[in-house]
Structure formats: structure tokens, C-alpha cells
Design a protein around this ligand. Structure first.
Ligand SMILES: Cc1cc2nc3c(=O)[nH]c(=O)nc-3n(C[C@H](O)[C@H](O)[C@H](O)COP(=O)(O)OP(=O)(O)OC[C@H]3O[C@@H](n4cnc5c(N)ncnc54)[C@H](O)[C@@H]3O)c2cc1C
Length: 591
């Protein structure tokens, strides 16, 4: 069965040596001294390796079962959930006044990686709760916050997000669920939501559903959508649980992966709900959470790739097949281990250079969110809004690809269930779909984010890359990073220019290239992260760091990314510049 070891050393490298969190002026960051973050990460790592990782396969095999309206989660989930709650992990980055530990979001994300690696299906119960609690925190009234947040921060009650309906996923303007005003100020919610993660289960005493619905008579389409709190059990004035609300789980979906998470059809039959935030501004309330939620899903791409990679390395060291082309490396054995073969090394290098680059990218993204939320930094907010579709789309696509590569290292043993490798691939697949399918992320990037605030943020991105290259161009050892980064950034600018020149007169020209643009942008971001990593590694080596192997390996892995992955930007640019014609020429009825 697969195992998992939390990559705490690498997370520490990003936090301390690339982002230099403890010396940042973001409020709360001065507490993030290396000793402190190391203690938190080590503790979290132990919990994930020892308790949650062994339950990953159990969750996959048993799945969730719906019986008499009640969903039973896999064996061991409830006890583990209680252990996670009691350890305070669910409220790590939530405010102290609601029982949280008030740590910066960057720490929440650093620990989330471990939860999402060790057991993604399990982690979603707390992840969805975090998302719902964040929405209440920002948009709820004082009374709503006092009623729901303490129990949600501790995960005694969990939360859900209800957007999707059978006929509306991406196009939420088609929503039919309705919310009728009642005399007591509440609303009667009626409709069906589908694919609701953690919609019903046995892990918590109450489930707080956040439901998007339309108030009759409101504006048409997406502008008429409002957000409601709809608890499974109505909460009495004294905080105790009252009547069962008129909502039920009609079915749990059978699906490709994340079997340990209950994906529910939720029926609302005049359920009592309370408006959260302003009437008809439900989408705005959801959008406030969007950057965080999408960054969390991007993390799932990295997390599954990391867990799969760790096991692929162990297998490649162990499995004896064939001889090294340059002469036997295990002459006393019947064959050499897989890891001697260049093609296996290529695959492992793809995986390693992806996971480490992605980790730096996501933690940087989390720091931008902290700058925005904790320091009111509008530039950071603009930058993370620009990068969010890249983090979500690129990292989940590539994360999935990496799980396939890890599976491939096992040959046929990766395809059968005995070794547990197919689960990583199956679990990783959903992250490309939910929280806005990746094609829609690309649309968002090209259609909205590039032009955001007059293109100010994308220009700031280019300036940042340029500034970094200028500052470090002459540093010894940086040439293999700076030159490829400059070339890739030039490709990205050329693609942006192509959209500017052609997008207005032919929108299909821009949208035919949007997916390539998202990947082009992703590669440039990872290239930038590798260049920063290299700079930090060189500084550590020059400063006499004792852990030389770690830093040398960093540089070697980074050079691999620059040499073997970053050149993909040229292919993406060529595809973008081919325009709409090759994509749209075939008439729809010719398919
Ligand atoms: C396991 C699982 C868990 C989920 N959890 C939740 C949850 O907790 N809460 C919730 O509300 N929802 C949840 N979802 C729903 C998920 O968010 C939707 O499936 C997703 O948003 C896509 O909607 P759809 O399936 O209706 O696809 P559609 O909207 O029908 O899209 C189909 C395809 O067309 C593409 N597409 C759509 N519009 C365009 C366009 N304009 N241009 C180009 N391409 C386009 C999409 O990218 C996609 O590839 C979950 C789904 C699954 C499978």
C-alpha cells in the first residue's frame, strides 16, 4: 500500500528561504519564525502520515453508504476526524474570537498540502467547512457569525457549498432553486442541488449548507442569485440544536475517485434558510471566496502528484528490471533497479521538478492572499486574482499528468489496484473539473483577468520577472535560470500581444488559444519559482549551509525544469498564434 511522508523540509525552504516569511511586514508573519513553523509542520506531518494516509485506501475501497437518509463514512473516518478537530487543525488560520488560532493563511495552505496528499477525500470535509465558514466570516451578520462560526471553526459542525443543479453547472444564471421570503424574515428554500461534496455524512452533529437560490421577482440570470445559510438542524436561540430542516440527501453519486467523500444530491423542500450578505449579491459573496477556494483546489493537484511521486521513487529503487545501458549497477542482483534507466529518470525528474516548483508557486499565492487580507494590499489582491486561474487550472492539469507518470513507473502494477497507485490518478482527476472546470479557468484568465484594472496586474507580473532577471543576471550559477526565464516570459508577452491585436476583431482567436495561454503562463510561473529557488539555494551554499545536498539537488532539479519543461512555452505560443482557423474550421455537423 502507498505511504506518505510530509515534505516538511521543502515547505520550510519555501517559507523561510524564498518567501522569507518571518521578516515580511504582513501582519502576523513575524511569528512565523523557522522553529515555530517547523514545529507546526512536523506535528501536522506526523498526524497525516500515521492517521490519515492509512485511511486513504480504506476510504477508496469502502466509499460512503446512504442508508435510510443517513450517509455512513468509511471505517475510521469519524475517529480520525475527531482527532484532527481536537488537534485544532481545522481552525489554524481562523480568528481567535471564534476558536481559531489566527495563523496566517500561508500556514493553513502549508498544512493543507499534507491533508490533501494523505487523504484528499477526507480533507474535503474540513476544506468545505473552511470555505463555508470563510463566507460567513466575511458576509455574515454578527449574529450569524456568533451562531455558526465557533462550531464550524472547530468542525463540530461542517459546511457545504451548494451551487450546481442538474441543468446548470458552469452557467449558474440558469439556476432554478428558489427562496421565498417568510414573515419571520427567513426564506423557504425549494429546489435540487447536485454533486454537493460532504452534503450528508456522520462526522458532525450539524451540517451548515450554504445555498445559492433566486428570490422570486428578482433580476434575471446570475444577477438575481442570493446566498442562504440552510442548516441541517435549526439552531435554537441558546445555541442548541432544534428541528430537523426540510432538506435531505436523495442519493450519493458513484464516481471515479474521492470515494471517501460523499457527493450528494441535496433536495430542499421548503427548507428554512437565512439570507447571508445582500439580496441578489450571492455571486459576489461566492467570488470573495473564489481565490482561496481555487488555490485550495490547485493544491490538490500538487498534493496528489507529491504523494504519487513519493511512492514511484520507492518503487523505482526497488523494482529490478533490465540493465543500465552504461553497465550493470547492481551486478550481484539479477537486474538493475528501474531508477537507473534514463526514461524512468526523466519521468521522476518531471514529477519532482513539478511538485517543488508548484509548492513554491502556491505558497507564494497564499502569501499574496495574506497581503491582501491582512495588509489591505490592493496590488497583491490584483496579482492573486490574475494568478488564481493559473494556479487552479495549470496545477491540477499537470498534477493529474504527474500521477499518471507515477502510475506508469509501476507498469502493470500501477494499473491493478493492489499497489494503490490508480487511486492517486482517480482522485486527482476531479480537481480539473470542480471549482470551475479548467477550460473555464482559461476563459476567465484570458477573457477577464488579463484586462483587469486596464492590464495593470499582468504588466506588474512582467515587470517582476524582468526585475528579477536584471537583478540576478550576473550572479554566478544563475545563467541556466535567467536565460530560459527571459525567453519564456517573452513568449508569454507575445501571446498577450496576439490576443490584444486579434481578440477584439475575432474573439474566437483569443478563446481558441486560452487553454494554451493558461499553460504557457503556468510554465512561466514555475520557471520564475525555480529561478527564485535557485537564487535561494546559491545563497545558502555561499553562506556555508550544512545541508549542501539539499541545495545542490535543488539546483539540479531546477536546471531540469528550465531545460526540459520551460521550452513548452514556444509550443503553446505557436498554437496560440495559429489563431481560430484550425480550431473552428470544421463545421459542427462534421464532427
Ligand atoms: C465529485 C464532485 C464534487 C463536486 N462538488 C461540488 C460542490 O460541493 N458544490 C457544488 O456546487 N458543485 C460541486 N460540483 C460540481 C462542479 O463544480 C461542476 O461539475 C462543474 O462546475 C462543471 O459543471 P457541469 O458539470 O455542469 O459542466 P458544464 O457546465 O456542463 O460544462 C461541461 C464542459 O463544458 C465546458 N464549458 C462550459 N461552458 C463553457 C464555455 N462558455 N466556454 C467553453 N467551455 C465551456 C466546461 O469547461 C466543461 O468542460 C462537484 C462535482 C463533482 C463531480
Amino acid at each position: 500500500m502507498p505511504s506518505y511522508t510530509a515534505p516538511t523540509r521543502d515547505i520550510q525552504f519555501v517559507l523561510n528561504e524564498i518567501l522569507d516569511v518571518a521578516n515580511s511586514d504582513v501582519p502576523g508573519y513575524s511569528e512565523l519564525e523557522p522553529d515555530f513553523t517547523a514545529a507546526v509542520l512536523e506535528e501536522c506531518g506526523k498526524l497525516n502520515s500515521a492517521v490519515l494516509a492509512p485511511l486513504n485506501v480504506v476510504g477508496d475501497k469502502e466509499g460512503c453508504v446512504l442508508e435510510n437518509g443517513v450517509v455512513r463514512t468509511p471505517t475510521g473516518f469519524k475517529a480520525a476526524f475527531d482527532q484532527v478537530r481536537e488537534g485544532g487543525w481545522t481552525g489554524l488560520d481562523m480568528p481567535e474570537e471564534f476558536g481559531g488560532q489566527n495563523m496566517p493563511y500561508v500556514m493553513g495552505i502549508a498544512t493543507l498540502e499534507m491533508f490533501a496528499s494523505s487523504n484528499q477525500a477526507f480533507a474535503m470535509y474540513q476544506g468545505l467547512t473552511h470555505g463555508a465558514a470563510s463566507a460567513i466570516l466575511v458576509h455574515g451578520s454578527d449574529q450569524q457569525k456568533a451562531t455558526y462560526l465557533p462550531k464550524m471553526v472547530s468542525c463540530e459542525w461542517t459546511g457545504t457549498m451548494n451551487l450546481t443543479e442538474p441543468h446548470c453547472g458552469t452557467d449558474l444564471g440558469l439556476m432554478r432553486t428558489k427562496a421565498e421570503p417568510q414573515e419571520d424574515g427567513s426564506y423557504a428554500i425549494t429546489g435540487q442541488k447536485i454533486f454537493i461534496s460532504a452534503g450528508e455524512h456522520d462526522l458532525a452533529d450539524n451540517i451548515i449548507h450554504l445555498v445559492l437560490a433566486k428570490i422570486p421577482g428578482g433580476p434575471e440570470g446570475i444577477k438575481g442569485v442570493s446566498l442562504f445559510i440552510v442548516p441541517k438542524f435549526i439552531v435554537n436561540d441558546d445555541g442548541s440544536l432544534g428541528d430537523r430542516n426540510a432538506l435531505s440527501c436523495g442519493k450519493i453519486e458513484e464516481k471515479m475517485g474521492i470515494h471517501g467523500n460523499s457527493t450528494c444530491v441535496m433536495n430542499y423542500d421548503g427548507a428554512r434558510g437565512w439570507l447571508i450578505g445582500d439580496m441578489h449579491k450571492g455571486m459576489r459573496a461566492m467570488f470573495t471566496m473564489m481565490n482561496e477556494a481555487r488555490l485550495g483546489v490547485g493544491m490538490q493537484g500538487l498534493a496528489q502528484a507529491e504523494a504519487a511521486y513519493q511512492n514511484a521513487v520507492a518503487y523505482a529503487r526497488d523494482r529490478l528490471q533490465g540493465r543500465a545501458v552504461t553497465g550493470a549497477e547492481n551486478p550481484d542482483g539479477p537486474a538493475d533497479p528501474l531508477i537507473v534507466h534514463p526514461d524512468i529518470r526523466r519521468s521522476l525528474m518531471d514529477q519532482k521538478s513539478f511538485t517543488e516548483g508548484a509548492r513554491a508557486f502556491i505558497l507564494w499565492g497564499a502569501m499574496l492572499i495574506d497581503k491582501s487580507h491582512r495588509a489591505g494590499d490592493a496590488d497583491a489582491e490584483g496579482m492573486i486574482s490574475l494568478l488564481t486561474p493559473v494556479i487552479k487550472g495549470f496545477l491540477t492539469d499537470r498534477g493529474y499528468d504527474m500521477t499518471v507518470q507515477a502510475q506508469q513507473i509501476y507498469g502493470g502494477h500501477g494499473y491493478i489496484e493492489e499497489w494503490g497507485m490508480s487511486q492517486f490518478t482517480r482522485d486527482a482527476r476531479i480537481a480539473m473539473i470542480y471549482e470551475g472546470a479548467n477550460g473555464v479557468q482559461a476563459l476567465d484568465l484570458v477573457g477577464r483577468k488579463l484586462a483587469l484594472d486596464g492590464g495593470k496586474h499582468v504588466m506588474a507580473f512582467f515587470e517582476m520577472v524582468k526585475g528579477f532577471c536584471k537583478e540576478n543576471g550576473d550572479v554566478e550559477g544563475m545563467a541556466p535560470f535567467i536565460e530560459p526565464l527571459k525567453a519564456a516570459s517573452k513568449d508569454l508577452q507575445a501571446a498577450g500581444m496576439y490576443f490584444m491585436q486579434n481578440g477584439m476583431k475575432n474573439p474566437n482567436a483569443a478563446l481558441s488559444g486560452s487553454y494554451d495561454f493558461m499553460h504557457l503562463f503556468g510554465h512561466v510561473c514555475l520557471g520564475l519559482m525555480w529561478a527564485r529557488s535557485a537564487r535561494a539555494a546559491l545563497a545558502a551554499l555561499a553562506g556555508g549551509a550544512s545541508d549542501t545536498a539539499f541545495y545542490e539537488n535543488k539546483l539540479t532539479t531546477g536546471r531540469y525544469y528550465m531545460a526540459r519543461q520551460l521550452p513548452m512555452t514556444a509550443t503553446h505560443l505557436a498554437r496560440i498564434q495559429s489563431g481560430a482557423e484550425p480550431v473552428m474550421a470544421l463545421p459542427a455537423d462534421a464532427f
